[in-house]
Design a protein around this ligand. Structure first.
Ligand SMILES: [Zn+2]
Length: 169
């Protein structure tokens, strides 16, 4: 009976163990905040930027990405429900709470990302996708594949980051 054996494990050991997997899990989840599971688009010679085919390509990426994120959110919720009752010991509970707050932060990031993905799909529908919000130039297929929700070209993004750093001090 493996589940029973797991519960009977010594408590000290369980505590030491609990920290490492929490970090590992976070790393695994944050990789979901990027989406790599697609074939890079190869435009035909002379193909117009953001042709219907290209928009279809990015719509597909965004939809699959969203689906993955939503599954992840569901998994987090059911995981927390499953585990919530399992730790009567206060020390274990503290570790567990740490883990939960980490998961909640990740979930929060995922939710925000899902909203951003929705907004990006709207842009595609309005045929307004792929152009820099600040200067209006084409963001470019490669950059969009690396960051499908990008709304700034690489130059404007770099500039914005520099400004942000300066404002922070
Ligand atoms: Zn720009």
């Amino acid at each position: 009976m493996p589940p029973a054996a797991k519960k009977a494990a010594p408590k000290k050991k369980a505590k030491a163990k609990a920290k490492a997997p929490a970090k590992k899990k976070a790393a695994a989840k944050s990789s979901n905040l990027e989406f790599k599971n697609f074939e890079p688009y190869k435009p035909k010679r002379g193909e117009k930027y953001m042709s219907e085919k290209q928009r279809e390509h990015f719509r597909g990426i965004l939809m699959n990405w969203k689906k993955e994120l939503m599954q992840e959110v569901d998994r987090t919720v059911s995981h927390m429900k499953d585990e919530a009752a399992n730790f009567p010991d206060p020390a274990d509970r503290a570790t567990q709470e740490e883990e939960f707050s980490l998961e909640l932060r990740t979930r929060d990031r995922e939710r925000k990302l899902i909203k951003k993905i929705d907004a990006t799909m709207e842009l595609i529908d309005q045929d307004d996708y792929g152009y820099c919000d600040a200067c209006g130039i084409e963001i470019g297929i490669q950059r969009l594949e690396a960051r499908p929700t990008a709304t700034l070209c690489i130059d404007c993004k770099t500039l914005a980051e520099i400004k942000e750093k300066q404002e922070l001090g």
